[in-house]
Write a protein that binds this ligand. Structure first.
Ligand SMILES: NC(=O)c1ccc[n+]([C@@H]2O[C@H](COP(=O)([O-])OP(=O)(O)OC[C@H]3O[C@@H](n4cnc5c(N)ncnc54)[C@H](OP(=O)(O)O)[C@@H]3O)[C@@H](O)[C@H]2O)c1
Length: 252
């Protein structure tokens, strides 16, 4: 079920004055609700922010979840700052693209893992080093400790555990593959954190502004009609959907 929405405000509830009818907005709907696979969606005004003006409105729905995940991993949990070293494991995916761009923006040194199909894109996003996870043992390839490791990849729990050894004393591992718990190393003060992304309109506004200025790039793998949603779910279930797919509602 999609929970990201972009569109034009059609009507307002009572007491809403920070958005207006006709505004182009984007938002991350509560995952406990009915989702955004519809021509019209009811959304709380607090979760909405202005959509970037330099990309098609429908494409704006592609960034909130993945960009917020990247932001919260790097900065809310990882506390990444200029000059630090961050290893982004699984940088070839949708979250990884934003994580690499945002980490570079704060002038961190970015080490990324990416397979052959993604390596060029990850390099173009600004990674300083790219390790091919299909041919190389990441734990052997990283020779200097990282301040932060962000795991975005569907690795085995023992591989996730091995990433902890790449982190300096007092550093952090942030894991988004939350079906396995993030390991820690208490003796060395390395904290493992499981990330559950949350909707945050202020962060979304910041990200939208970065997209508007061209600082952040939005990647859309494909666009499909709302009527084709069942087939899309089937392909997603079969693992055949890399990157972000935008579902287009019929125009009135
Ligand atoms: N907890 C949360 O709140 C939250 C929120 C958003 C996403 N997530 C999770 O975060 C993860 C990343 O999301 P995403 O949207 O970026 O997924 P994605 O687009 O499927 O990207 C994952 C990437 O991992 C890479 N990969 C696969 N096996 C690998 C390995 N052994 N080592 C290193 N990289 C490997 C692949 O890139 P290559 O092309 O380079 O092989 C793939 O593109 C997913 O597990 C997703 O479910 C969690």
């Amino acid at each position: 079920m999609p929970f990201l929405v972009s569109g034009t405000v059609d009507a307002l509830g009572a007491g809403v004055d920070d958005v207006a009818v006709g505004d182009r907005v984007v938002g991350f709907l509560p995952m406990t609700g009915t989702g955004a696979a519809a021509e019209y969606v009811i959304a709380s005004a607090e979760i909405l922010t202005g959509a970037p003006g330099n990309i098609p409105l429908a494409d704006a729905a592609a960034f909130p979840l993945v960009a917020l995940t990247a932001w919260q991993a790097l900065f809310d949990h990882g506390k990444l700052t200029a000059g630090q070293r961050v290893l982004i494991n699984g940088a070839g995916g949708a979250v990884g693209g934003y994580a690499v761009q945002l980490a570079r923006e704060v002038r961190a040194h970015v080490i990324a893992t990416a397979g052959p199909r993604s390596a060029e894109r990850v390099r173009a996003a600004g990674a300083d080093e790219v390790i091919d996870h299909t041919t190389t043992d990441v734990t052997a390839a990283v020779t200097e400790p990282a301040d932060l490791v962000v795991n975005l990849a569907p690795v085995a729990p023992e591989q996730l555990g091995a990433l902890v050894t790449l982190i300096r004393d007092g550093g952090t591992l942030v894991n988004t593959a939350v079906w396995m718990p993030a390991p820690s190393d208490e003796e060395r003060g390395v904290r493992g954190i499981d990330l559950f992304v949350r909707s945050d309109a202020d962060q979304l506004a910041d990200l939208a502004a970065r997209i508007s200025t061209g600082e952040l790039r939005v990647d859309v793998a494909q666009r499909v009609a709302l009527a084709d949603l069942p087939a899309l779910h089937a392909r997603a279930g079969a693992g055949e959907l890399p990157g972000k797919t935008v579902v287009l509602a019929p125009t009135a």
